[in-house]
Design a binder for this molecule. Structure first.
Ligand code: MN
Length: 245
């Protein structure tokens, strides 16, 4: 399982997973296995999303970032995403219960906005450490393989991050289907997805997927899709995604 090993190594290199416990972060949610992409403290014991503690003191990154900057960013901005994410999930539960999806576009946008905000900020705090740390180990090997050299990888990451148009993120990522490290930009941060999700089943609704058969009747195409949907494949993907702990 080369990909699984790579992924674990990459998460470790990013300081995710069990690193939080070693750093003395309160082990909230520690009864849940730290699996693929899980991050200690990002959920609470009830399974609600939660604001993870900073893995260092608010002034630990000075003079690079002032204590006030980190305090506002973490305690106000990130907390806002966590609250918004939990509130949106509650509203979606209410919509399901009522069988009323009249606000599904709005709620789906809020889910992506707050969900990606929470995921990316939780990773952002762990992406920094006082004094920095060197790139080595499995990720360094993967980067040499995929980028030629560490320097080329870091330069591409810096260039991509500097060039993000408007608000956004520079992202070093592991793409599990091809088993590659990629440097990506994210404008804003949601684009109606939550970063880090593992797709289980997908339906293409670009017009090229259905126009010859259904013209503008996308709903009919989606109904037809549901009749051929391979939920067994989705289940297999789910098992694989949750078994990588
Ligand atoms: Mn932010």
């Amino acid at each position: 399982m080369r990909n699984g090993t790579d992924r674990r190594s990459f998460m470790k290199a990013l300081g995710m997973g069990t690193a939080a416990a070693a750093m003395g972060t309160r082990a909230v949610g520690s009864s849940v296995a730290v699996g693929a992409g899980r991050l200690s403290g990002a959920t609470d014991r009830d399974g609600k999303y939660a604001l993870p503690r900073l893995p260092y003191a608010y002034d630990a990154l000075e003079p690079f970032l002032a204590s006030q900057t980190l305090t506002l960013h973490h305690d106000k901005h990130h907390q806002g995403y966590v609250k918004g994410l939990n509130a949106t999930l509650d509203k979606l539960a209410a919509a399901r219960q009522a069988g009323n999806y009249s606000t599904i576009k709005h709620l789906s946008r809020d889910l992506a906005f707050h969900g990606s905000g929470h995921v990316l900020h939780a990773i952002y705090w762990r992406s920094m450490t006082p004094g920095g740390s060197r790139l080595k180990g499995a990720l360094a090997d993967a980067v040499r393989r995929d980028f030629g050299s560490q320097e080329a990888f870091v330069q591409q990451f810096a260039a991509a991050t500097r060039a993000v148009e408007g608000s956004g993120w520079g992202v070093a990522a592991y793409e599990p289907m091809g088993g590659k490290v990629l440097v990506l930009q994210a404008e804003k941060h949601q684009n109606l997805t939550v970063w880090g999700v593992v797709p289980l089943l997908v339906c293409d609704v670009w017009e090229h997927a259905y126009y010859l058969d259904y013209q503008n009747r996308r709903a009919e195409y989606v109904d037809g899709f549901l009749k051929v949907a391979n939920w067994s494949f989705a289940n297999q993907r789910y098992i694989e995604a949750t078994a990588q702990a």
